[in-house]
Ligand binder design. Sequence first.
Ligand code: ITT
Length: 490
Amino acid sequence: MKEAFKSVFGDYKDYIFIAIALLFYAIGVTLFLLPYQITTGGVTGIASLIFYATGFEIQNTYLIINAILLVLAIRIVGWKFCIKTIYGVGVVTIYLWLAQRLVEDPVTGELPRLVGDQSFMAVVLGAILEGIALGISFAHNGSTGGTDIIAAIVNKYKDVSLGHIMMIIDCLIISSCYFIFHDWEKIVFGFTALIISGLTLDHVMYSTRQSVQFFIFSRNYSKIASKLNEMGFGVTVLDGTGWYTHTERKVIVLIARKRQSNRIFSYIKSIDPYAFVSMNNCQGVYGEGFDVMKVKLKQKPTLVFATNNENKLSEVRAMLGRKYEIRSLKDIGCDVEIPETADTFEGNARLKVDFVKKYYGFDCFADDSGLQVTALGGEPGVLSARYAGDHDSDANNDKLLLNLKDKKDRSARFVTVIALEYKGKTYSFEGSVDGRIIEERRGEGGFGYDPVFVPDGYDKTFAELGDDVKNKISHRAEAVKKLCDFLEST
Ligand code: ITT
């Protein structure tokens, strides 16, 4: 029951803390901001502007605007996500109403000016109370609606930071109080309140989440580490060397919340009162048990490369991997050898993409490649993989060298044709590189005919030049570049 509640609503303690925190918010607004006609940002700012102009009570406007935003948010991001916001908006509405009824003059309905004519004092006190309240509430995953709801809705569709837009909106809200009061001082006070509450909020959030890092040097390190582990702390023991004694030392590294540091010190002291301990504040700690890294990784678009050839796959990943997530046939669960029965590279490449589209439903690309040797009338060509033995590179190279034994013209060309199946159409991109076939195999890199092929302008084979050079000048590199340009242009 308790677990079911937690999975839907979160920790019940959060609700208690949010309720207590928002009490400060209502006090700040009712006792210090409203009586001194200070306008802050957000929905409360808009609601207070309407109150100053018309007398329509602040909590009513606050509730109406948030209710509209919440209806939108529930439809777009789901009600589960909005539970704590609905709670926060409800609590603030009730508190604001209650606080005004409690302190207002029963006859005139005016709010008391607790600090007399000291408007600036009111700004400072009101903004600090607001900042503390929002800080505690945020630390317990609470929200008072307004910008939070807008952020949730916008983030559903776009990965943008709303910080700047919200800041501009806040500035507009505060500045528009000039149309009501015709008083620059009120604008300055509004901005001052915004800045003070922002700084206070940051400070509260920071101190509730403050983490510390311990380095513990002790001969009894294993007992201390085990004890800390037992008490639920994750510890790491590093190897070190005490330089004065030149002896091996173990160093315990531990990251914890600052509020846990007294407990940690007492564990250490109970085991080794002479332990050497350093404790440092951490600017941020991210990972299990701490904060989540807020940066959003840009998801790379995925492309399926219809190949079973691991060498081709790694070459293409090296060329396109920074921009695209390349998935192979294996990755999509296809382990069949797709028949290559056409008599052109393009025909075979198209057969492969058609097969994947038909049986696996993916748009994809495939490459059919081969070596064309002039003195052999363009052989092995489309039969490159099966020239002497099926995908047997040694046998294929032996046959090639044998057939070229007495030939003077050793010129050859590697060709790749990539077929791309994309939104119901098939496109093709060709790349080639000219070179010559040498007398014997050289080099350990590459695959297939790489050990016997020397590209023009070089005196080493592809197998000797290595992947970095090959992936810049090869037939496949040229075809992949054309594919990439096409994808970017679409
Ligand atoms: P997939 O059809 O699954 O992509 P495959 O190895 O059958 O793999 P191809 O039919 O396109 O690929 O390749 C024919 C042969 O040509 C290949 O097995 C190699 O022997 C040779 N080959 C292709 N590209 C090469 C390259 O960059 N370097 C050396 N040999 C290559």
